[in-house]
Design a binder for this molecule. Structure first.
Ligand SMILES: NC(=O)c1ccc[n+]([C@@H]2O[C@H](COP(=O)([O-])OP(=O)(O)OC[C@H]3O[C@@H](n4cnc5c(N)ncnc54)[C@H](O)[C@@H]3O)[C@@H](O)[C@H]2O)c1
Length: 255
């Protein structure tokens, strides 16, 4: 028996690196997956790839900052699959890499809209519909714990979603719906390249070297490292794990 046999999962940011890697992992464990993303072309590509590999996946186009879109993806999951068991509340953007005094106000607002309001709206509309004994994982970051210079938008947002998770944990415990956050370190991905290219005047080699030197395991995370943790948090193996923060960072965050 697969670990997530016949479970229905929604993944926001589902066509991104961590989202789609997790979607494939969940599908390989028997889940049906609704990919939610704003990027239609990428969603189409991902759906094609999933079909070619006999994975039970479909998509819904949505802007997670818009309540109407969020309500629609929740309805789509219910109409298409009959229920929602698992919710990976994961869509996010990185914003700019600039000191606070130079950080553009509109970029700060946009990061808050996607990374905080998008997560809030997902909780607001999924929580009433998710099955009792369901599981929710919100993607924060190692930036949710410490101060990262020049990343005030992202850093603030990733702290904020821990608060959303903790409130939800209090509200959902009685229904045995579990909720936790996952905190990836730098993943080998577009987002990491974007952040690193904003440092050291775009000298990627230097940025890479400096960051890897701070990671005891000496490498960036693979998206699979994150999806393995999310799969554990969605499975019955984590049935008493609730309201907690899970770091996947090769030892980067000091404990
Ligand atoms: N890549 C990393 O190093 C890293 C590290 C820690 C945490 N994270 C977090 O992991 C999550 C996934 O990141 P990723 O690395 O897969 O990045 P990614 O850019 O590959 O994926 C993010 C996805 O979110 C989608 N998205 C952006 N705005 C949206 C909106 N308004 N509505 C719907 N979808 C929207 C994008 O189209 C994209 O497909 C993010 O929350 C990110 O902050 C990433």
């Amino acid at each position: 028996m697969k670990r997530l046999q016949d479970k229905v999962a929604i993944i926001t940011g589902g066509s991104g690196k961590i989202g789609f890697t997790t979607a494939k992992k969940l599908a390989s464990e028997g889940a049906k997956v609704l990919l939610v993303d704003i990027d239609e072309d990428s969603l189409k590509e991902k759906e094609k790839e999933a079909k070619a590999n006999n994975m039970d996946m479909s998509y819904a186009i949505a802007d997670v900052t818009k309540a109407e879109d969020v309500k629609k993806y929740v309805e789509t999951a219910k109409d298409r699959y009959g229920k929602i068991d698992l919710f990976f509340n994961n869509a996010g953007i990185e914003g700019d890499v600039k000191p606070i005094q130079d950080y553009p106000e509109d970029v700060f607002d946009k990061v808050m809209a996607v990374d905080v309001k998008g997560v809030f709206l997902g909780m607001k509309y999924v929580m009433p519909k998710i099955e009792d004994d369901g599981s929710i994982v919100i993607t924060s970051s190692v930036a949710g714990f410490g101060g990262t210079p020049n990343m005030v938008g992202y850093n603030t947002a990733k702290h904020a979603v821990i608060g959303i998770m903790r409130v939800a944990a209090q509200e959902l415990g009685k229904r045995k719906v579990r909720v936790n956050t996952v905190h990836p370190g730098l993943v080998d991905s577009r987002m990491t390249r974007s952040l690193l290219s904003g440092m050291n005047s775009g000298n990627m080699e230097e940025s890479n070297k400096q960051f890897k030197a701070k990671i005891p395991m000496g490498r960036f995370a693979e998206a699979e490292d994150v999806s393995n943790m999310v799969t554990f948090l969605f499975s019955d193996e984590s049935s008493y794990v609730h309201g907690s923060t899970f770091v996947v960072d090769g030892g980067y965050t000091p404990q």
